[in-house]
Structure formats: structure tokens, C-alpha cells
Design a protein around this ligand. Structure first.
Ligand code: NDP
Length: 326
């Protein structure tokens, strides 16, 4: 398969090709956390920079994909995405990354209007990125948000159901109030059902392929003591992913799930900013740190690109090695 490569050392040729693939993606994303993707800390990027000069000798193969800026098929040019809970944390990082990849993005927020409007403006304004206020606590709330996104951009290709709540205080099951149980499941599960239902109806009306990405949690995989409401809802998203992936595959609709471990956001701040609980949490993460939101957004983007064209029904673990499930 390497017969048509220029005649030089095969190892350095491959290294140069890898460098060619990595460099532009890194260069265009200036908001990557410096501690995760700088060349000093990330071995593959260090290789990329070391190998850069020799890439001149090997012209890139012509791309089959539409974005001429992107030599690897991570472009979402022409696609419309709806990302829920996009005002902060993982959702905001995903909004930015999807805009970087060329998608038009509708995203929701519950109460952070100013932050959301400012993010939408910085991501291209109304023609490219719009924020919608939505308190997502029922199936109909989810359906209504999908309708708003379609009214704004005329179509829908990708749904990322990311919004969620995690009641931070420990609640032993004997004392867990029914009101908390109902609210957590209403927000984290019922609204997701409505979102998926309306999004899938739109994909089918368009007769086009589509992507659904659900954001679960390690809590949905191994449970979470004293947070039974949260763990039950996140576990249900995993089952939903698998069932719907099989059901919707004949329609060209891929359904996948990203299950993050600890991520540095407002949701986790009460735990990660407390030295006692932080140390306990970090000891259980082989990589020894929480994720930055962009490290969750990256896998979400990947799942919506042609590179993931044969992946459906998958639960992608993004947890620093904390929970290893196949
Ligand atoms: P944040 O708390 O930082 O942000 C939550 C987002 O969801 C905000 O945009 C918020 O809107 C929105 N939201 C909250 N409640 C509602 C509601 N009732 N209706 C509509 N929107 C709502 O969360 P993260 O970024 O940390 O988490 C994103 C997802 O990742 C969640 O599903 C979470 O369960 C999951 N996750 C997070 C982990 C972590 O360590 N952070 C670990 C594992 C999974 P507004 O800004 O207006 O309040």
C-alpha cells in the first residue's frame, strides 16, 4: 500500500504524513487548553513539529471532503447542529468546536442569557449561531426546541443532547426526595426523549442521514453512590443509545453516546474546588486530572464526522482511564 510514496525512509514518511494531518487542526483551534495540546506536553504534536519541514516534499493527497482548510475529514460544512446546554462547560466548548468545523449551530441555555448571547455573537451571529432559551424538563420542551432550531436554520443534521443537572449534595436513597428524583429524570431523560423524537422526525422528513449524540456519564456506567437519580438517568441514556442505534441504522441515522468522567465545569466545581473531595477524585483517575471541556467536545465532533461513519450504538469513554468498559 506504500508503493506510491516517494523513495525515502518509510518511517519518516509516515511521521511526516501524521504531522501533515495534525498541524492544521491544532493551528486553527487557538482555545485548546495549553496543558493538553501544546507541543511540549502532547507527544504526537511534538512529533508533528519535529517532522514539519519534510512535509514540503510530500504533497497532500486531494481531499474527498468539502472543507479545503481541513486535510482530514472533520468538517461539518453544510450541516446544522442543535446542541443543548450550550451556554457553559462542555456544551459551550462543543458549540465553538462545531462552528470551527463549519456547522451552523443552534444551542440552548436555561438561564445564562448574557453568556449565551455573547457566545452566539462570537461564533458568527444569527446567520451561523443562535442561542435559544429553553427550560428542558419535559418531552414537549425538547420538541419545541427542535422546532425552533429548524425554524432558524431550515434543517437539522445533528442533535447533541448535552444539557443536564447533577444535584451536588449526597442523598442516601432512603432520604432522596421524590421531587428531586422526578426533576433530575425530567431534565436529564424525559426532555432527551422529546429532543430525539423531533430530531429523528426531521431527519426522516429531509430524507437525509443524521447524527444523535447523547451525553451520559461514568455514573451511568458504574452507578454513583448517593446520586441514584443522576446515575439512573445517565444509565438510561446508554440503553437508549444502543436501542435507537439499531432501530435507526436503516435510515442512515447514527446514534452514539459520550460518557465523560470528571470535567472541570461549573457542575463539578463544588467537588473539584474542595481539596478533600478533589484529592479523592483525582486518585481514581489514572491520568491524574479532570478533563477540560474541549476534551469532551472533540470526541463529540468526531462522532458526527465521516471518520466515524461506521460507528453507531457506541459509548465513548472519555474519563482519563477511570472507568474501563468495553
Ligand atoms: P454545566 O453545569 O457546566 O452546564 C449545564 C448546561 O445545561 C448549561 O448550559 C445550562 O444552562 C443547561 N441546563 C441546566 N439545567 C437545564 C435545564 N433544566 N433545562 C435546560 N438546560 C439546562 O454542565 P457540564 O458542562 O459540566 O455538563 C454537560 C453534560 O455533561 C451534562 O449532561 C452532565 O451531566 C454531563 N457530565 C458532566 C460531567 C462533569 O464532570 N462536568 C461528568 C460527566 C457527565 P444555563 O447556563 O442557562 O444554566
Amino acid at each position: 500500500m506504500f508503493a506510491d510514496l516517494p523513495r525515502n525512509d518509510l518511517g519518516s514518511t509516515i511521521t511526516a504524513q501524521i504531522a501533515n494531518l495534525l498541524r492544521p487542526v491544532h493551528a486553527r483551534c487557538d482555545w485548546y487548553p495549553s496543558n493538553t495540546l501544546s507541543s511540549t506536553h502532547h507527544p504526537s504534536l511534538a512529533i508533528a513539529e519535529h517532522a514539519a519541514p519534510s512535509t514540503q516534499l510530500h504533497p497532500r493527497p486531494r481531499s474527498r471532503y468539502p472543507n479545503p482548510m481541513s486535510p482530514v475529514p472533520l468538517s461539518l460544512e453544510g450541516k446544522v447542529a442543535l446542541i443543548t446546554g450550550g451556554s457553559r462547560g462542555i456544551g459551550a466548548a462543543t458549540v465553538r468546536l462545531f462552528r470551527e468545523a463549519g456547522a451552523r449551530v443552534a444551542f440552548s441555555y436555561r438561564s445564562a442569557r448574557e453568556t449565551a448571547e455573547s457566545l452566539a455573537a462570537s461564533c458568527g451571529g444569527p446567520d451561523a449561531c443562535r442561542a435559544f432559551q429553553a427550560d428542558l424538563a419535559s418531552p414537549e420542551d425538547g420538541r419545541a426546541l427542535v422546532r425552533s432550531a429548524i425554524e432558524a436554520f431550515g434543517r437539522l443534521d445533528i442533535l447533541v443532547a448535552n444539557h443536564g443537572v447533577w444535584p451536588p449534595h449526597d442523598a442516601p436513597i432512603a432520604e432522596l426526595p421524590e421531587s428531586q428524583w422526578r426533576t433530575t429524570l425530567a431534565v436529564n431523560l424525559d426532555s432527551v426523549y422529546g429532543l430525539i423524537q423531533a430530531a429523528v422526525a426531521q431527519f426522516q422528513a429531509q430524507s437525509s442521514p443524521g447524527h444523535v449524540v447523547l451525553i451520559s456519564s461514568t455514573a451511568g456506567q458504574r452507578g454513583e453512590a448517593f446520586h441514584a437519580d443522576y446515575a439512573a438517568g445517565k444509565g438510561a441514556l446508554i440503553s437508549l443509545t444502543k436501542g435507537l442505534a439499531t432501530e435507526l441504522a436503516p435510515h442512515g441515522i447514527q446514534v452514539n453516546c459520550v460518557a465523560p468522567g470528571w470535567v472541570r465545569t461549573d457542575m463539578s466545581a463544588s467537588t473539584l474546588d474542595n481539596p478533600g473531595s478533589r484529592d479523592r477524585v483525582l486518585q481514581a483517575i489514572p491520568l491524574g486530572r479532570p478533563a477540560d471541556p474541549i476534551e469532551i467536545a472533540g470526541p463529540i465532533l468526531f462522532l458526527c464526522t465521516p471518520l466515524a461513519g461506521f460507528i453507531t450504538g457506541e459509548i465513548v469513554n472519555v474519563n482519563g482511564g477511570a472507568v474501563l468498559v468495553g
